[in-house]
Ligand binder design. Structure first.
Ligand SMILES: Cc1cc2nc3c(=O)[nH]c(=O)nc-3n(C[C@H](O)[C@H](O)[C@H](O)COP(=O)(O)OP(=O)(O)OC[C@H]3O[C@@H](n4cnc5c(N)ncnc54)[C@H](O)[C@@H]3O)c2cc1C
Length: 520
């Protein structure tokens, strides 16, 4: 995936792409993947890095959504369970089967969760990941050694998937690139181009690194910008009403020892009526999440102290060792798009987690809502609108069984797993250049080779791209990420042919962002 080569393709002014996708998060990637699977030509532009938005800030679950089942949204859960199964099959290097335990304190809870999760198992059909079952108090304590014993009667175990969200986004982006898609990060849409009838015929974009503008012609333009969807809708129609109200969810990352073991804890009802997860992830523990209305859509939202207190207090009610702010290795926040209140009302309504595809009069096609797990189906449903927009027929979707870049059923262990089959190539680079085996940080296994690899193959342009999304250290241990930045900047500068000034600026920029992931 080479950015310079991809930019060159934008210079062919006679070229009309079938679909131009705005946004390189889960939704936009799903659209690109599905369109390419039908033989359509695709250009995708992302104003920051792939998955810089909500798509790198999830709870990291590939799930049907036990919560939505409790709310009676059966169709949504059925669809998500099917997509969960597909995702685990198509990306075994970036996903795995994760057991969850719900602690049980009353007979009624035992009955309710045992029955509910049996239904969940049954709905997954042959794509089921494992049987749910009640386990004794002794087994619960042996699997979650750091959970409080008071009043505990046992647990209900069930299975869902877990994944590395940002690396999955990259793996899909590279897959799309290999299928002929033109994938570009740091390329922002500034305007929509229309013909005399008011129909959209393309987009105007700016390469934010090379500081150059391009006009891209496209038969269909897809707005897949998540919480930023209103900004694109307003480019289409300047007086378009506000349709989205961001709601924030935060996660705290702790040492894995706060739970012990390899099982995840699921607390089905917190004091604010939500679900709280504590999930082992890449040798740490991810705890979250919250639901807090925010005024603005931001690329780098920040956790509020009341959210931090809520997560710490809720976790402390279940954990033997009370987690404090000093134990938080990283804090990250993401924004979900809620439906904004209608004029005159103050109530916000959560857009059903099932996605929505809307075609505006101009032909602009917006995809909103949904979740990471269903990204492919969201793409399929969006591309189905191609005929409505252009009047041309298209081939049926063939995206359900595509293996994503790095696919292997026998991934290596530890941090190499996320590279899948590419791990062997990176290790070969180390064999040929022994200095590449140098570690970026004495406490973590990441090597210099991975920085070179990410610049050459994964379109890493900034230090943050490397430390937040190619390897996930910013989300796992923000202070360690800051310590790694100078070395990473130096290697990246060498590969990107940048000078000392670039290195200094790159480190300063990264520290500014990374400091937001540290609790003061
Ligand atoms: C706290 C939280 C936890 C979650 N946990 C889970 C989970 O465990 N499992 C699950 O399945 N789902 C989960 N979700 C849902 C999932 O993360 C989202 O549905 C998904 O990431 C949304 O992807 P998106 O592409 O729509 O938005 P985004 O990832 O935000 O992508 C939109 C992109 O558009 C780009 N963009 C905006 N404007 C422009 C422009 N003018 N030009 C070019 N690009 C532009 C942005 O830079 C951004 O990268 C969670 C969501 C939240 C908030």
């Amino acid at each position: 995936m080479n950015r310079i080569e991809n930019l060159k393709k934008l210079e062919i002014e006679t070229k009309t792409w079938d679909i131009a996708v705005i946004g390189g998060g889960a939704s936009g990637l799903g659209v690109a993947l599905d369109a390419l699977s039908r033989g359509l030509s695709v250009v995708l532009v992302e104003k920051a890095d792939f998955a810089k938005g909500t798509s790198s800030r999830s709870t990291k679950l590939v799930h049907g959504g036990v919560r939505y089942l409790a709310q009676g949204d059966v169709m949504l859960v059925l669809e998500a369970l099917k997509e969960r199964g597909r995702l685990l099959q198509n990306a075994p290097h970036l996903t795995h089967n994760q057991p969850f335990i719900i602690p049980i304190y009353t007979f009624f809870d035992r009955l309710q969760y045992s029955i509910g999760l049996k239904i969940y198992d049954w709905m997954a059909g042959r794509l089921r990941l494992g049987k749910s079952r009640f386990i004794s108090k002794a087994e619960t304590l042996s699997r979650l050694p750091q959970i409080k014993q008071d009043g505990l009667k046992g647990g209900v175990v069930y299975h869902d998937g877990q994944f590395d969200d940002a690396r999955l986004a990259l793996s899909i982006a590279i897959t799309c690139n290999e299928m002929g898609g033109n994938m570009l990060n740091y390329t922002k849409v500034n305007a929509l181009v229309k013909n005399q009838k008011g129909k959209i015929t393309g987009i105007q974009v700016r390469d934010l690194i090379g500081k150059k503008n391009y006009k891209i012609k496209a038969r269909m333009v897809v707005n897949a910008t998540g919480v930023f969807a209103d900004k694109i809708l307003q480019l289409d129609q300047p007086d378009a009403p506000k349709s989205i109200q961001p709601s924030q969810g935060i996660h705290l990352v702790l040492d894995k020892s706060f739970l012990g073991g390899n099982d995840a804890l699921m607390i089905p009802k917190t004091s604010d009526g939500r679900v709280l997860f504590a999930v082992p992830w890449q040798d740490k523990l991810v705890v979250g999440t919250t639901d807090t209305l925010r005024e603005k859509a931001k690329l780098e939202p920040e956790a509020l102290s009341k959210e931090i207190d809520f997560v710490l207090e809720t976790a402390a009610a279940y954990m033997v060792k009370t987690p404090t702010k000093a134990d938080v290795l990283s804090v990250y926040a993401g924004l979900r798009p809620l439906a904004a209140p209608k004029e005159g009302s103050t109530k916000t309504k959560e857009i059903s987690r099932s996605h929505k595809v809307i075609v505006s009069e101009s032909g602009l096609t917006s995809i909103t809502g949904g979740k990471w797990t269903t990204f492919r189906k969201m793409g399929e449903d969006t591309v189905e609108k191609f005929t409505t927009v252009t009047g041309e027929n298209i081939k049926p979707s063939a995206s359900a069984n595509i293996h994503y870049r790095g696919y292997t059923t026998a991934p290596q262990k530890g941090h190499w797993q996320g590279y899948g089959a590419d791990a062997a190539t990176i290790q070969k680079m180390i064999e040929e250049n022994p200095q590449f085996s140098n570690l970026l940080h004495p406490s973590y296994p990441y090597t210099e080779a991975e920085v070179v690899w990410a610049v050459k193959n994964e379109m890493a342009m900034k230090v943050e791209d490397l430390l937040a999304r190619r390897i996930r250290i910013l989300f796992l241990d923000a202070k360690a990420a800051i310590a790694m930045a100078p070395k990473v900047a130096e290697i990246m500068a060498r590969e990107l042919k940048m000078d000392e000034t670039w290195i200094e600026q790159a480190i300063t920029d990264f520290e500014k962002t990374a400091n937001k992931y540290i609790l003061k």
